[in-house]
Write a protein that binds this ligand. Sequence first.
Ligand SMILES: [Zn+2]
Length: 67
Amino acid sequence: MDETLRHEMVMTTTNEREAFFECPVQGCGRNVVLDRTTLAMRVLHPGCSGVLHRGSTAATATHSAVA
Ligand SMILES: [Zn+2]
């Protein structure tokens, strides 16, 4: 896969229940929230489609793709 089609999500806010991730890439701005109990991902803003989003900075147990 082309490297340009990967975005690295950064964790912006976290608390004991949820962790918020944001894509820093200009023009994308994908926003997701991770439920730390169930590890369910909820998309608040989809951002660029067709891009693989990863969240490697998570202090949570997950290192899976934020997709
Ligand atoms: Zn992105």
